[in-house]
Design a protein around this ligand. Structure first.
Ligand SMILES: [Zn+2]
Ligand SMILES: [Zn+2]
Length: 345
Protein backbone atom coordinates (compact mmCIF):
# COMPACT_ATOMS: atom_id res chain seq x y z
CA UNK A 1 0.00 0.00 0.00
CA UNK A 2 1.17 3.50 -0.85
CA UNK A 3 0.14 6.48 1.27
CA UNK A 4 -0.95 9.75 -0.34
CA UNK A 5 -1.80 13.00 1.44
CA UNK A 6 -4.43 15.33 0.10
CA UNK A 7 -6.75 18.21 0.85
CA UNK A 8 -10.46 18.09 0.10
CA UNK A 9 -13.14 20.78 -0.34
CA UNK A 10 -11.51 23.80 -1.92
CA UNK A 11 -13.10 26.82 -3.64
CA UNK A 12 -11.49 28.70 -6.52
CA UNK A 13 -12.29 31.88 -8.45
CA UNK A 14 -14.87 29.82 -10.33
CA UNK A 15 -17.06 30.26 -7.24
CA UNK A 16 -16.32 32.22 -4.05
CA UNK A 17 -12.62 31.41 -3.61
CA UNK A 18 -9.93 33.94 -4.51
CA UNK A 19 -7.32 31.77 -6.27
CA UNK A 20 -7.05 30.12 -9.67
CA UNK A 21 -6.30 26.41 -10.05
CA UNK A 22 -2.58 26.68 -11.02
CA UNK A 23 -1.90 28.98 -8.03
CA UNK A 24 -3.79 26.67 -5.64
CA UNK A 25 -1.95 23.62 -7.03
CA UNK A 26 1.34 25.46 -6.43
CA UNK A 27 0.39 26.03 -2.77
CA UNK A 28 -0.47 22.32 -2.46
CA UNK A 29 2.88 21.27 -3.92
CA UNK A 30 4.71 23.61 -1.53
CA UNK A 31 2.77 22.00 1.35
CA UNK A 32 3.95 18.55 0.17
CA UNK A 33 0.51 17.22 -0.84
CA UNK A 34 -0.08 14.54 -3.48
CA UNK A 35 -3.62 15.57 -4.46
CA UNK A 36 -6.28 18.22 -3.92
CA UNK A 37 -10.00 18.08 -4.61
CA UNK A 38 -11.64 21.31 -5.81
CA UNK A 39 -15.37 21.61 -5.09
CA UNK A 40 -16.75 24.90 -6.38
CA UNK A 41 -20.42 25.61 -5.76
CA UNK A 42 -22.92 24.02 -8.17
CA UNK A 43 -20.81 23.61 -11.33
CA UNK A 44 -17.80 21.79 -12.76
CA UNK A 45 -16.12 24.69 -14.50
CA UNK A 46 -12.71 23.66 -13.21
CA UNK A 47 -13.05 20.17 -14.69
CA UNK A 48 -11.22 21.16 -17.89
CA UNK A 49 -8.21 21.99 -15.72
CA UNK A 50 -8.04 18.62 -13.93
CA UNK A 51 -4.63 16.95 -14.15
CA UNK A 52 -1.11 16.89 -12.79
CA UNK A 53 0.48 20.19 -11.79
CA UNK A 54 4.06 19.18 -11.02
CA UNK A 55 3.68 16.39 -8.47
CA UNK A 56 0.17 17.42 -7.37
CA UNK A 57 -2.97 15.90 -8.82
CA UNK A 58 -5.89 18.31 -9.11
CA UNK A 59 -9.30 16.60 -9.07
CA UNK A 60 -12.54 18.51 -9.55
CA UNK A 61 -15.94 17.78 -8.00
CA UNK A 62 -18.72 20.10 -6.92
CA UNK A 63 -20.37 21.35 -3.72
CA UNK A 64 -24.14 21.22 -4.05
CA UNK A 65 -26.93 23.11 -2.21
CA UNK A 66 -27.24 26.61 -0.77
CA UNK A 67 -28.84 27.26 2.60
CA UNK A 68 -28.34 23.81 4.13
CA UNK A 69 -27.47 20.18 3.29
CA UNK A 70 -24.17 20.90 1.53
CA UNK A 71 -23.02 17.83 -0.37
CA UNK A 72 -19.59 17.25 -1.95
CA UNK A 73 -20.12 15.34 -5.19
CA UNK A 74 -17.05 13.59 -6.59
CA UNK A 75 -16.30 11.66 -9.77
CA UNK A 76 -19.22 13.22 -11.69
CA UNK A 77 -19.16 14.42 -15.31
CA UNK A 78 -22.33 16.54 -15.29
CA UNK A 79 -23.30 19.26 -12.76
CA UNK A 80 -26.03 18.15 -10.36
CA UNK A 81 -28.81 20.66 -9.61
CA UNK A 82 -29.27 21.64 -5.98
CA UNK A 83 -32.24 20.67 -3.83
CA UNK A 84 -31.90 22.18 -0.34
CA UNK A 85 -35.07 20.57 0.95
CA UNK A 86 -34.62 17.06 -0.48
CA UNK A 87 -30.92 16.23 -0.19
CA UNK A 88 -31.73 12.58 -0.88
CA UNK A 89 -32.47 13.59 -4.47
CA UNK A 90 -29.04 15.18 -4.74
CA UNK A 91 -27.34 12.06 -3.34
CA UNK A 92 -29.31 9.84 -5.75
CA UNK A 93 -28.47 11.98 -8.78
CA UNK A 94 -24.78 11.83 -7.93
CA UNK A 95 -24.94 8.04 -7.48
CA UNK A 96 -26.90 7.61 -10.73
CA UNK A 97 -24.02 9.25 -12.59
CA UNK A 98 -21.61 6.75 -11.05
CA UNK A 99 -20.28 9.37 -8.67
CA UNK A 100 -20.08 9.39 -4.89
CA UNK A 101 -20.16 12.02 -2.19
CA UNK A 102 -19.71 13.34 1.31
CA UNK A 103 -21.86 15.41 3.65
CA UNK A 104 -19.94 18.64 4.29
CA UNK A 105 -19.79 20.40 7.70
CA UNK A 106 -22.89 18.47 8.80
CA UNK A 107 -23.10 20.05 12.26
CA UNK A 108 -22.10 23.67 12.91
CA UNK A 109 -22.41 25.97 15.93
CA UNK A 110 -22.17 29.27 14.08
CA UNK A 111 -20.60 32.51 15.23
CA UNK A 112 -22.46 35.73 16.04
CA UNK A 113 -19.77 37.59 14.10
CA UNK A 114 -20.65 35.76 10.90
CA UNK A 115 -24.11 36.63 9.53
CA UNK A 116 -25.55 36.64 13.06
CA UNK A 117 -24.81 32.99 13.73
CA UNK A 118 -25.87 31.63 10.31
CA UNK A 119 -25.02 27.96 9.81
CA UNK A 120 -25.25 25.53 6.89
CA UNK A 121 -25.99 22.21 8.59
CA UNK A 122 -27.13 18.86 7.23
CA UNK A 123 -30.78 18.49 8.29
CA UNK A 124 -31.84 15.15 6.92
CA UNK A 125 -29.91 12.42 8.72
CA UNK A 126 -32.42 9.82 7.51
CA UNK A 127 -30.87 10.21 4.05
CA UNK A 128 -29.01 7.17 2.73
CA UNK A 129 -26.61 6.34 -0.06
CA UNK A 130 -23.94 8.92 0.76
CA UNK A 131 -20.38 7.58 0.96
CA UNK A 132 -19.32 9.47 4.03
CA UNK A 133 -19.16 12.64 6.03
CA UNK A 134 -16.67 15.39 6.64
CA UNK A 135 -15.66 14.76 10.29
CA UNK A 136 -13.23 17.66 10.66
CA UNK A 137 -13.79 20.89 8.81
CA UNK A 138 -11.29 23.74 8.91
CA UNK A 139 -13.32 26.79 7.93
CA UNK A 140 -16.50 26.07 9.84
CA UNK A 141 -14.74 24.99 13.05
CA UNK A 142 -12.39 27.99 12.94
CA UNK A 143 -15.31 30.38 12.41
CA UNK A 144 -17.42 28.72 15.12
CA UNK A 145 -14.68 29.35 17.69
CA UNK A 146 -14.96 33.11 17.11
CA UNK A 147 -17.10 34.13 20.04
CA UNK A 148 -16.22 37.84 19.95
CA UNK A 149 -13.96 40.40 18.27
CA UNK A 150 -10.92 39.82 20.58
CA UNK A 151 -11.24 36.04 20.06
CA UNK A 152 -11.46 36.67 16.30
CA UNK A 153 -8.13 38.54 16.35
CA UNK A 154 -6.61 35.86 18.56
CA UNK A 155 -7.73 33.06 16.21
CA UNK A 156 -6.54 34.95 13.14
CA UNK A 157 -3.01 34.94 14.50
CA UNK A 158 -3.32 31.57 16.30
CA UNK A 159 -5.52 29.50 13.98
CA UNK A 160 -4.31 26.16 15.35
CA UNK A 161 -5.87 26.93 18.72
CA UNK A 162 -9.31 26.30 17.22
CA UNK A 163 -8.39 22.68 16.43
CA UNK A 164 -6.49 21.70 19.56
CA UNK A 165 -9.22 19.41 20.90
CA UNK A 166 -10.05 17.83 17.53
CA UNK A 167 -13.26 17.58 15.56
CA UNK A 168 -16.48 18.88 17.11
CA UNK A 169 -17.78 16.26 19.55
CA UNK A 170 -21.39 16.28 18.20
CA UNK A 171 -20.05 15.51 14.73
CA UNK A 172 -17.97 12.57 16.01
CA UNK A 173 -20.99 11.32 17.96
CA UNK A 174 -23.13 11.49 14.82
CA UNK A 175 -20.45 9.60 12.87
CA UNK A 176 -20.28 6.86 15.54
CA UNK A 177 -24.07 6.61 15.47
CA UNK A 178 -24.06 6.17 11.67
CA UNK A 179 -21.26 3.60 11.90
CA UNK A 180 -23.42 1.35 14.09
CA UNK A 181 -25.56 0.76 10.97
CA UNK A 182 -23.11 0.75 8.05
CA UNK A 183 -19.71 1.92 6.83
CA UNK A 184 -19.67 5.71 6.56
CA UNK A 185 -16.29 7.07 5.49
CA UNK A 186 -14.84 9.94 7.55
CA UNK A 187 -12.79 12.56 5.69
CA UNK A 188 -11.21 15.90 6.60
CA UNK A 189 -12.12 19.07 4.71
CA UNK A 190 -10.62 22.55 4.55
CA UNK A 191 -13.36 24.50 2.72
CA UNK A 192 -10.45 26.79 1.78
CA UNK A 193 -11.54 30.00 0.03
CA UNK A 194 -8.64 32.36 0.79
CA UNK A 195 -11.20 35.09 1.52
CA UNK A 196 -9.55 38.50 1.17
CA UNK A 197 -10.91 41.11 3.59
CA UNK A 198 -10.30 44.87 3.73
CA UNK A 199 -10.30 46.26 7.25
CA UNK A 200 -8.90 49.80 6.86
CA UNK A 201 -5.27 49.38 5.84
CA UNK A 202 -5.25 45.74 6.98
CA UNK A 203 -5.75 42.95 4.41
CA UNK A 204 -6.33 39.70 6.30
CA UNK A 205 -6.86 36.45 4.36
CA UNK A 206 -9.22 33.87 5.88
CA UNK A 207 -8.71 30.16 5.13
CA UNK A 208 -5.54 30.81 3.13
CA UNK A 209 -4.80 27.93 0.76
CA UNK A 210 -1.22 27.24 1.85
CA UNK A 211 -2.17 27.38 5.54
CA UNK A 212 -5.16 25.06 5.05
CA UNK A 213 -3.05 22.58 3.08
CA UNK A 214 -0.80 22.10 6.14
CA UNK A 215 -3.65 21.55 8.61
CA UNK A 216 -6.59 19.13 8.16
CA UNK A 217 -5.65 16.64 5.44
CA UNK A 218 -7.01 13.28 4.36
CA UNK A 219 -4.37 10.58 3.92
CA UNK A 220 -5.27 7.53 1.91
CA UNK A 221 -3.76 4.23 0.79
CA UNK A 222 -3.59 3.22 -2.87
CA UNK A 223 -2.59 -0.25 -4.05
CA UNK A 224 -0.19 0.78 -6.84
CA UNK A 225 2.33 3.64 -6.68
CA UNK A 226 1.14 6.66 -8.70
CA UNK A 227 1.93 6.10 -12.37
CA UNK A 228 1.68 9.65 -13.71
CA UNK A 229 -1.28 8.51 -15.83
CA UNK A 230 -3.95 10.91 -14.54
CA UNK A 231 -7.04 8.77 -15.21
CA UNK A 232 -5.50 5.68 -13.65
CA UNK A 233 -4.23 7.55 -10.58
CA UNK A 234 -7.55 9.37 -10.16
CA UNK A 235 -9.41 6.04 -10.13
CA UNK A 236 -7.10 4.76 -7.38
CA UNK A 237 -7.65 7.85 -5.22
CA UNK A 238 -11.43 7.67 -5.62
CA UNK A 239 -11.42 3.95 -4.85
CA UNK A 240 -9.51 4.52 -1.58
CA UNK A 241 -11.89 7.33 -0.58
CA UNK A 242 -14.99 5.28 -1.37
CA UNK A 243 -13.81 2.31 0.66
CA UNK A 244 -12.58 4.33 3.65
CA UNK A 245 -8.96 3.27 3.28
CA UNK A 246 -7.99 6.64 4.73
CA UNK A 247 -7.54 8.73 7.87
CA UNK A 248 -7.70 12.39 8.82
CA UNK A 249 -4.56 14.08 10.14
CA UNK A 250 -3.64 17.52 11.45
CA UNK A 251 -0.30 17.88 9.71
CA UNK A 252 0.92 21.27 10.92
CA UNK A 253 2.97 20.41 14.00
CA UNK A 254 4.07 16.93 12.96
CA UNK A 255 3.10 15.27 9.69
CA UNK A 256 0.81 12.31 10.17
CA UNK A 257 2.35 10.34 7.27
CA UNK A 258 3.26 6.86 8.50
CA UNK A 259 0.11 6.24 10.55
CA UNK A 260 -1.61 2.91 10.12
CA UNK A 261 -4.42 0.94 11.75
CA UNK A 262 -5.07 -2.69 10.80
CA UNK A 263 -6.73 -5.83 12.15
CA UNK A 264 -4.84 -9.13 11.89
CA UNK A 265 -5.96 -12.68 12.35
CA UNK A 266 -3.93 -15.75 11.41
CA UNK A 267 -2.39 -14.38 8.22
CA UNK A 268 -5.43 -12.27 7.25
CA UNK A 269 -5.35 -8.48 7.41
CA UNK A 270 -8.24 -5.99 7.39
CA UNK A 271 -7.53 -2.36 6.56
CA UNK A 272 -9.51 0.71 7.57
CA UNK A 273 -12.99 0.53 6.06
CA UNK A 274 -12.94 -3.28 6.08
CA UNK A 275 -14.45 -6.02 8.20
CA UNK A 276 -12.94 -9.20 9.58
CA UNK A 277 -14.36 -12.17 11.47
CA UNK A 278 -13.48 -12.01 15.14
CA UNK A 279 -11.67 -14.96 16.72
CA UNK A 280 -9.68 -15.19 19.96
CA UNK A 281 -6.55 -14.51 17.87
CA UNK A 282 -7.76 -11.23 16.33
CA UNK A 283 -5.54 -8.23 17.14
CA UNK A 284 -5.72 -4.56 16.22
CA UNK A 285 -2.42 -2.83 15.49
CA UNK A 286 -1.79 0.91 15.49
CA UNK A 287 1.34 2.64 14.29
CA UNK A 288 1.97 6.39 14.64
CA UNK A 289 4.97 8.31 13.24
CA UNK A 290 5.75 9.88 16.65
CA UNK A 291 4.98 8.63 20.17
CA UNK A 292 1.44 9.77 20.97
CA UNK A 293 -1.49 9.10 23.24
CA UNK A 294 -3.71 6.53 21.51
CA UNK A 295 -7.37 5.96 22.19
CA UNK A 296 -9.02 2.87 20.78
CA UNK A 297 -12.71 3.75 20.34
CA UNK A 298 -15.21 0.89 20.29
CA UNK A 299 -18.81 1.57 19.24
CA UNK A 300 -18.32 5.27 19.97
CA UNK A 301 -16.80 4.85 23.43
CA UNK A 302 -13.20 5.00 24.67
CA UNK A 303 -12.24 1.35 25.08
CA UNK A 304 -8.46 1.33 25.64
CA UNK A 305 -5.75 3.97 26.04
CA UNK A 306 -2.00 3.64 25.47
CA UNK A 307 1.03 5.84 24.83
CA UNK A 308 3.77 5.15 22.28
CA UNK A 309 4.56 4.61 18.60
CA UNK A 310 3.20 1.10 18.22
CA UNK A 311 0.25 -0.44 20.02
CA UNK A 312 -1.34 -3.83 19.79
CA UNK A 313 -4.75 -4.63 21.22
CA UNK A 314 -6.10 -8.13 21.83
CA UNK A 315 -9.06 -9.67 23.70
CA UNK A 316 -11.55 -7.64 21.75
CA UNK A 317 -15.29 -8.10 21.32
CA UNK A 318 -17.40 -7.67 18.21
CA UNK A 319 -17.85 -4.02 17.32
CA UNK A 320 -16.80 -0.98 15.31
CA UNK A 321 -13.28 0.17 16.19
CA UNK A 322 -11.53 3.39 15.31
CA UNK A 323 -8.45 5.20 16.59
CA UNK A 324 -7.78 8.72 17.82
CA UNK A 325 -4.17 9.85 18.38
CA UNK A 326 -3.14 12.92 20.40
CA UNK A 327 0.32 14.41 19.88
CA UNK A 328 2.31 15.65 22.93
CA UNK A 329 2.34 19.44 22.59
CA UNK A 330 3.52 21.99 25.17
CA UNK A 331 2.32 20.78 28.55
CA UNK A 332 -0.53 18.72 27.10
CA UNK A 333 -1.63 17.06 23.89
CA UNK A 334 -3.16 18.15 20.59
CA UNK A 335 -5.68 16.23 18.50
CA UNK A 336 -3.67 14.70 15.68
CA UNK A 337 -5.08 11.63 13.90
CA UNK A 338 -8.61 10.22 13.42
CA UNK A 339 -8.76 6.86 11.65
CA UNK A 340 -11.55 5.25 9.70
CA UNK A 341 -13.09 2.22 11.41
CA UNK A 342 -12.48 -1.51 11.17
CA UNK A 343 -15.44 -3.80 11.84
CA UNK A 344 -14.90 -6.93 13.93
CA UNK A 345 -17.81 -9.26 13.25
ZN1 LIG B 1 -20.47 24.33 2.40
ZN1 LIG C 1 -17.50 24.89 0.64
Amino acid sequence: MNELAGNIHIHTRYSDGSGDIPTIAGAAEKAGLDFIIITDHHHLQGKAEEGYYGKVMVLVGSEINEECNHYLALDIEQPVPGNDHHPQEVIDMVNNQGGFGFIAHGIEKGSLLYRNGKTYPWNDWRATGFTGIDIWSYLSQWRDEITGIPKGFFLYFNPHYAFKKGPMKPLLRKWDELLRKRMVVGIGCSDAHAIKLKLGPWRPVLSDYYLCFRCINTHLFVKEPLSGDFEKDKAQIYQALKSGRCFVGYDFFRKTTGFNFVAKDQGKTALMGEKIRLTEKTVLEVEVPEAAKIFLIKDGRKFRETMGKRSRFSWLGKGVYRVEAYLPHGRGHRAWIFSNPIFLE
